[in-house]
Design a protein around this ligand. Structure first.
Ligand code: THU
Length: 141
């Protein structure tokens, strides 16, 4: 699937954002290595801490459907209903969830629309990460 199509899916998912407290609407589209795509939006809560980000919604949907091999994710976010005017970078918790299921070559795309997007590797946005390899080794940094 092309980036443009994945961005369109993320923009569509953003419309379902449940964000009455922040008014900040986020959409994500996660592409599996086998070509399946899963979308997600942020889902807020009156008690605040149960809020789930769009990226984690997409990951948890995919993993719960049996997927564990991922290629890329697109993230779009901004205040209100109009097209995002800024790039929305993934929060630290979502980067950590990506790190659980993806290797350092996983691509994170932040987009405003189909023509304006930036692409990063997970290793660039989560350097010195903590992950399963550390738990399984006796080596120290
Ligand atoms: N949010 C996301 O969905 N993804 C991110 O990576 C950043 C933050 C959501 C959480 C909350 O509903 C709103 O944006 C404001 O923080």
């Amino acid at each position: 699937m092309e980036n443009k199509e994945l961005i369109e899916l993320a923009l569509e998912a953003r419309k379902n954002s449940y964000s009455p407290y922040s008014g900040f609407k986020v959409g994500a589209a996660l592409l599996c290595k086998n070509g399946r795509a899963f979308t997600g939006c942020n889902i807020e809560n009156a008690s605040f801490s149960p809020t789930c980000c769009a990226e984690r919604t997409a990951f948890f949907k995919a993993v719960s459907e049996g997927e564990k091999e991922f290629d890329r994710i697109v993230i779009v976010g901004g205040k209100g209903d109009s097209e995002p005017s800024e790039f929305c970078t993934p929060c630290g918790v979502c980067r950590q969830v990506m790190n659980e299921f993806c290797n350092e070559d996983f691509i994170v795309i932040i987009a405003k629309n189909q023509n304006e997007f930036r692409e990063y590797k997970l290793s660039e946005i989560l350097p010195l990460s903590f992950g399963k390899k550390i738990l399984n080794t006796k080596e120290r940094l």
